[in-house]
Write a protein that binds this ligand. Structure first.
Ligand code: ATP
Length: 309
């Protein structure tokens, strides 16, 4: 059985009178890719900062590598790699220097740090950027460099706070591919994300966070099976044009309707049966789309809020 790498019990955080985290509990096992999915302000970064030792544990308890901690001690820090939300690279140093300096922090000699840095530039597909300045890198290349930097100490656990926010789809897919290779090597990954697809693509286990609490936990597939009916019809219609009483009719029929920004989503156990009812309920099929339920539907159902980019 794989051991817990991180365990939290009733973890809380209060800033002044504001409770940013309201007592959350979770266990992350060795080798997992564990995701924290939530909108802005859900408490994801607050949780990550406590795990990687930038914020003290004052409410609840946190164990890292089975040791109870208040503030991650230096001895443990070498076992963690951190990709913070902001790309905090040193603009006065070149790409390889950014890595080498970081290696020094973890006790590597200059030669070792340069060798490890070059190895990681190769791994992240940045070998031709070795002597480039930081300001010449695109957002996607900077993100790859920050990930390379997090790997300098050969960490067992890598914490990634929104690793692909702001990247274009191609850059995002490249980062996903690298994270999958790390996972295949046995590295445990913790990531926060706003992107449902990222969570589905990478995470074995997920928590859905909202306003400082965990609303649900499971694999992406389990969450979809557990939280929503399996078929959805998206009705793209201004809410003012939705036939009166539609939600009640769908409910009485055995389905469920949820309002979204540009219309309604109708859920049912049998998609075809739902589709066959649309005209009877006053809806034109022209504005409707039938699809299987996904993680976005789970998020919408649990938080009442749609997708955020
Ligand atoms: N140092 C602080 N002082 C006061 N409030 C804070 C502080 N840090 C975070 N907060 C508040 O705590 C809440 C949770 O913030 P946190 O950054 O953990 O959310 P998040 O889920 O990571 O959001 P995002 O996706 O925007 O990064 C927010 O309402 C935020 O404004």
């Amino acid at each position: 059985m794989s051991l817990p790498v991180v365990r939290a019990e009733n973890l809380g955080k209060t800033y002044g009178n504001f409770q940013a985290l309201k007592g959350i509990s979770f266990t992350i096992k060795t080798g997992q890719c564990f995701g924290f999915l939530g909108h802005n302000g859900a408490g994801k970064t607050t949780t990550m900062r406590m795990i990687y030792g930038m914020s003290t544990v004052e409410e609840g308890r946190l164990w890292l590598f089975e040791q109870p901690i208040r503030l991650t001690p230096p001895a443990i820090k070498g076992r963690l790699g951190v990709v913070p939300q902001e790309d905090n690279l040193d603009d006065d140093l070149s790409v390889i220097e950014n890595l080498a300096v970081y290696g020094g922090v973890y006790g590597l000699t200059c030669t070792q740090a340069l060798a490890r840095g070059k190895e990681l530039l190769g791994f992240m597909g940045l070998e031709d950027k070795e002597h480039s300045s930081i300001e010449s890198l695109s957002g996607g290349l900077k993100r790859r460099l920050v990930i390379a930097r997090a790997l300098m100490s050969r960490p067992e656990l890598v914490i990634l706070d929104e690793p692909t926010t702001g990247l274009d789809p191609q850059a995002r897919h490249l980062v996903w591919q690298k994270l999958r290779s790390l996972k295949a090597e046995g590295v445990t990954l913790i990531l926060t994300t706003h992107y449902m697809e990222e969570a589905v693509q990478l995470c074995d286990q997920l928590v859905i966070m909202h306003e400082g609490i965990i609303l649900a936990e499971g694999s992406p597939r389990e969450l979809i099976e557990r939280c929503v009916l399996p078929f959805v019809i998206e009705v793209h219609l201004p809410l003012a044009q939705v036939p009166a009483g539609l939600e009640a009719r769908v409910g009485a029929w055995g389905g469920e309707a949820i309002k979204v920004v540009d219309g309604l989503f109708l859920y049912a156990a049998d998609g075809e049966a739902l589709w066959s009812r649309l005209e009877e309920w006053g809806l034109s099929k022209q504005v409707c789309l039938l699809r299987p339920a996904n993680l976005e539907d789970v998020f919408l159902k649990l938080t009442g809020m749609g997708k955020e980019e």
